[in-house]
Ligand binder design. Structure first.
Ligand code: IVH
Length: 715
């Protein structure tokens, strides 16, 4: 294993041993990245390994010859990142017919659409591949990018160009668009591999000793994300266009060549893109379901993998009104095909302790393939679920897997139960070294909840580690080079002075490393450069946005969205902390103010109170805050006349529904409160407004009509 020692101090034998180990480690990471599409280390960690390899080769040039055989034609780098101007979103799921009908009802309610009036919604197959965004400028293809995390994808332009230049191209992507296409046009769709091509590819791989792909989706992803574009070009990848990103005219103004989803896809087809022949326009939930059933029936003969049917509100103007929730549009949903099932043996039940101390039982299974993926773990949710299933170790169980969700145990095969099996006894002590008592949580109504929790809180090492993992996770502090693996290492670092036991420790690590005789760079898996990069990454996060900071604290029920609401309401950390402390002290006014915020109810209030009542938690937060610069919450949409304002809607609205009004106001940066207080900036009162209007008048808060509101926010 790499030692991180200066190569000049190594003997040739030591260098050779380290070099060989490194080379095989890198080869393994290459394999995971390029062939499995499942890297297990970050790009930064990978780069560190390669740099170490190069350092060894620079000091011992004779090692270089051997590497070309052991690492082979390993790529020198990775894909460049591309930031999507318009994020690539995901879709919400409907798992059954009732949920699909709920979607239609929800959309109609949001739009205040008469129940009996037809509403055009399209239905099209959900292709199980990977999404791709193609950017055309003045009619010419300029780049192609994968979805990545939705905000940032990988630049696969050379691969797409190679596919387009293949002898018998199957991809169907256009090099240029007709003259009537907008100046800037991003066409989005799915890259996939047909069943026959997938089978042929695997047969060829088997013959040549190459990697066998688990399913067409993995094969498509693995084929596209090849650093050697020639390999990509040899794979018969296909493409369906179903969406778009940025689209604007030569003045940079948004422009759409059609007014409906269906019309847009027809336009893509007219331009020459492959589009799904199975897309239809429906007018009712019944029609949608009928089309779903049709596609489901046709599924085995379609020739490529589908995992459901996507429904999209047809009118683009209605899509704009509906907008988005989190990372998915409110105007579309994926109606999934039922999950795939398999039977296997339950070998053990492992208890995992989460960040908030919740004990989650995990089924350890005899590995089995379900829908093309090997499954060896499945969730059992909680103790009640184990009891309901009467799952016992040694049982044969039915597991089910739907899309990317964690597989679940759904049933025990009773007649295959081994003799002498015993009901599973849920532990009453935390599996950690402290063996803390497990408590069964009571809900606010006093009813016992399903969750068992370790009562150790920050004393429980499992909780502390999970808490730290959450703290450094991508949506929280997102520290490059400090992932779950490194947290586990630093938590129990053999050198006590270098341990990370709470978030503040991350920010004192460099100082402690400088003062310590034993250095991080001397540990296996670290080198001088990787340590320097880690410290640089930590320094970069020493100033952090308030919303990320609040989210990173890991307060129960305070997810990303809630953290954002809280950050915007408080503006500054000191204001948030002061209010949280008052809430913890039971200050009724602070609680009322807090609960008047949009989306903040009892659960969040209780959790904040509980967190700030704990002396250890407060001290931990104080130590952390002392290390950081917490930036005030950004003022959203500065040009919006209602940005940062607190508004209250009361009475009935006639031109929009309450949900729509609220969503619109929030997208313009306003806070929508449920009650009027001195903090309210504006009350929008419709007919029938009562006590809130009175209160507003009494407090001298500005009151306007719905029409005035629409005029203010631009229709
Ligand atoms: S529309 C704004 N349509 O499913 C909506 N997605 O679960 C964006 N997908 O990332 C997606 N077929 O990779 C849409 N006909 C289809 C699709 C489709 C497959 C994939 C796509 C997306 C994922 C979301």
């Amino acid at each position: 294993m790499p030692t991180g020692r200066d190569p000049a101090t190594l003997t040739p034998l030591e260098a050779q041993a380290e070099h060989a180990a490194l080379a095989s480690e890198i080869a393994e990471h290459d394999r995971r990245y390029h062939q499995e599409d499942a890297p297990t280390i970050s790009d930064a960690e990978y780069d560190a390994l390669r740099r170490r390899l190069e350092a060894l080769e620079a000091a011992f040039p004779h090692l270089k010859a051997s590497v070309s055989t052991s690492v082979g034609a390993a790529p020198a780098g990775r894909f460049a990142k591309v930031r999507h101007k318009v994020p690539m979103l995901s879709l919400g799921n409907a798992m059954n017919e009732a949920e699909a009908r709920d979607f239609v009802d929800r959309v109609k309610r949001f739009l205040d659409w008469p129940a009996d009036k037809p509403l055009a919604i399209t239905a099209e197959p959900k292709i199980d591949g990977l999404s791709l965004s193609l950017r055309y400028e003045r009619g010419q293809l300029v780049s192609a990018a994968t979805r990545g995390d939705g905000a940032e994808g990988e630049d696969v332009t050379p691969n797409i160009r190679a596919l387009m230049a293949a002898p018998n191209p199957t991809i169907g992507i256009l090099a240029s668009l007709p003259p009537d296409a907008p100046d800037i046009a991003e066409i989005r769709g799915e890259v996939y591999l047909g069943h026959a091509d997938f089978a042929a590819l695997n047969a060829k791989q088997a013959e040549t000793g190459g990697k066998i792909f688990a399913n067409p989706r993995n094969a498509a992803a693995g084929s596209l994300r090849q650093l050697d574009a020639r390999v990509t070009a040899s794979r018969p990848l296909r493409f369906f266009a179903y969406g778009w990103g940025e689209m604007s005219d030569s003045e940079g103004k948004e422009f759409r060549p059609a007014t409906t989803q269906f019309g847009m896809v027809e336009t893509f087809k007219r331009w020459g893109f492959p589009t799904s022949p199975l897309m239809v326009r429906c007018e009712s939930a019944d029609d949608l379901i009928a089309h779903y059933r049709l596609i489901e029936r046709e599924r085995p003969t379609i020739g490529y993998d589908l995992d459901g049917v996507v429904y999209k509100v047809d009118e683009l103007a209605l899509q704009a009104r509906l907008g988005f929730v989190a990372r998915a549009p409110r105007w579309a949903i994926a109606h999934k095909f039922p999950a795939e099932k398999a039977v296997t043996r339950l070998n053990a039940i492992e208890i995992q302790v989460g960040r908030t101390g919740a004990l989650t039982p995990v089924a350890k299974l005899e590995p089995i393939t379900v829908g093309g993926v090997v499954v060896s773990n499945a969730t059992l949710h909680n103790a009640d679920e184990i009891a309901r299933l009467d799952a016992r170790i040694g049982d044969f169980v039915v597991i089910q897997r739907a899309g990317d969700v964690i597989p679940q145990v759904v049933e025990v095969v009773q007649d295959r139960r081994p003799v002498g099996s015993q009901p599973f006894e849920f532990p009453t002590l935390c599996p950690c070294a402290l063996k803390t008592a497990v408590i069964r949580e009571a809900t606010s109504g006093g009813v016992e909840g399903a969750v068992r929790r370790c009562s150790g809180e920050f004393a429980c090492p499992h909780q502390r580690i999970e808490h730290l993992k959450h703290f450094v996770s991508r949506r929280a502090f997102d520290i490059e080079g400090l992932g779950e693996k490194q947290i586990a290492f630093f938590y129990d670092c053999p050198v006590e002075a270098l341990r990370i036991r709470e978030p503040a420790d991350i920010f004192t690590l460099q100082r402690r490393n400088e003062a310590s005789l034993q250095k991080i760079e001397n540990f296996e898996g670290f080198g001088k450069t990787s340590v320097a990069k880690l410290f640089a990454a930590i320094e970069e996060r020493r100033s952090i946005s308030l919303e990320r900071f609040i989210f990173a604290l890991g307060i129960r029920h305070v997810g990303e969205t809630t953290a954002k609401v809280l950050a915007r309401a408080a503006g500054e950390w000191s204001a948030f902390e002061a209010q949280a402390r008052r809430i913890a002290a039971g200050d009724a006014e602070a609680i009322a103010e807090f609960q008047a915020l949009d989306q903040i109810g009892d659960a969040v209030t209780d959790a904040v109170a509980e967190f700030f009542t704990r002396a250890d938690a407060v001290a931990m937060v104080d130590r952390l805050a002392g290390e950081l610069t917490i930036l005030p919450a950004e003022k959203p949409a500065a040009e919006s006349p209602v940005a940062g304002k607190t508004v209250v809607f009361t009475g009935s609205l006639e031109k929009m529904t309450r949900d729509e009004a609220k969503a619109r106001a929030e997208s313009l940066g306003a806070k929508v409160a449920g009650s009027v207080s001195r903090k309210t900036d504006l009350v929008i009162a419709g007919p029938g407004a009562g006590s809130k209007l009175e209160k507003a008048t009494e407090l001298g808060v500005k009151v306007i009509s719905e029409d005035e509101w629409l005029a203010l926010v631009g229709g």
